[in-house]
Design a protein around this ligand. Structure first.
Ligand SMILES: [Zn+2]
Ligand SMILES: [Zn+2]
Length: 284
């Protein structure tokens, strides 16, 4: 049911009630009267012009998930350069409305996000112009989450989302369209990087670094426990080491369907080749 308050705003009972003013929210878990002010309090970038710019955007926010924020640099982790951009994990994470009993403000902790250095950084007003322009652009460009500043170089950096495609289906974790078939780059790389270990810290870190920048399910690099390999047969010997064939019980990752209904699966018991790496201990 829709009714209108004295400001003429739509009120939808399904948006839940504001805990502050006890009136119905104006969008899911968001009260336009109370929430923007709360969001604009309790933080500073250390620069008045930046604070003013972001607070102005926050005071006009009509949706919890669209709030632009100042993201302290130490809330970003695992920053990796990929092409002209950087990828990182945002520890607090992207805003997400969760529907438990009623809509609730929440976050997706350790979200994968993209970073882009704003090279206009020499002139602050140019940076803020560019920043606002990117937020307000209507050309389907990826959603902007906010701004951060590299504390070692003082450069201002845009924090933003990946491109998402309706035809790739929705991510069950963050409820946004996927960034590739059966893959959400905000949520899935972190999940893949958890729950396994090779037993050697350096090896884990190396593989996790690859996992955290994975853009497609089929491209995931993984640690394969030796007992998941069967029928080992030596098929060659070279200057670099020995080559074996084997059966990988779990198998390659594949996406079947390639539509909004796509599902992740494996090709169990597939044949793979193994090569000993120079310098490693003799394991056979
Ligand atoms: Zn309120
Ligand atoms: Zn997701």
């Amino acid at each position: 049911m829709l009714v209108f308050n004295q400001f003429g705003s739509k009120i939808n009972y399904e948006n839940g009630k504001c805990a502050n003013c006890n009136r119905y929210n104006t969008s899911p878990a968001w009260c336009k009267t109370c929430d923007p002010q709360k969001t604009a309090l309790g933080w500073t970038s250390g620069n008045k012009n930046i604070d003013d710019c972001i607070k102005e955007l926050q005071l006009n926010a009509t949706n919890y998930e669209d709030v632009i924020e100042w993201i302290p640099f130490n809330r970003l982790n695992n920053i990796q350069k990929v092409g002209e951009e950087f990828l990182a994990l945002w520890l607090d994470g992207v805003r997400l409305i969760q529907y438990i009993k009623e809509p609730t403000q929440s976050r997706v902790p350790s979200s994968g996000i993209r970073l882009k250095i704003l090279h206009e950084s020499k002139n602050l007003s140019e940076i803020l112009c560019k920043f606002k322009e990117l937020i307000q652009s209507k050309d389907n460009s990826p959603k902007v989450y906010g701004l951060t500043q590299d504390t070692s170089t003082d450069e201002y950096i845009l924090v933003f989302d990946f491109k998402r495609y309706e035809y790739c289906g929705k991510c069950a974790n963050c409820n946004r369209y996927n960034t590739d078939f059966a893959w959400c780059q905000t949520c899935d790389p972190q999940k893949i990087a958890q729950g396994w270990t090779s037993g050697i810290k350096d090896v884990d870190e190396c593989i996790k670094e690859f996992q955290l920048k994975t853009a497609r399910y089929e491209d995931v690099i993984e640690w394969i426990p030796f007992n998941r390999l069967n029928n080992l047969q030596k098929i060659g010997e070279g200057g670099f080491g020995s080559v074996f064939s084997a059966t990988w019980l779990d198998g390659k990752r594949i996406v079947s369907g390639k539509s909004t209904e796509n599902v992740r699966s494996r090709t169990p018991s597939c044949k793979v080749a193994l090569k000993t790496l120079p310098g490693s201990q003799k394991i056979f």
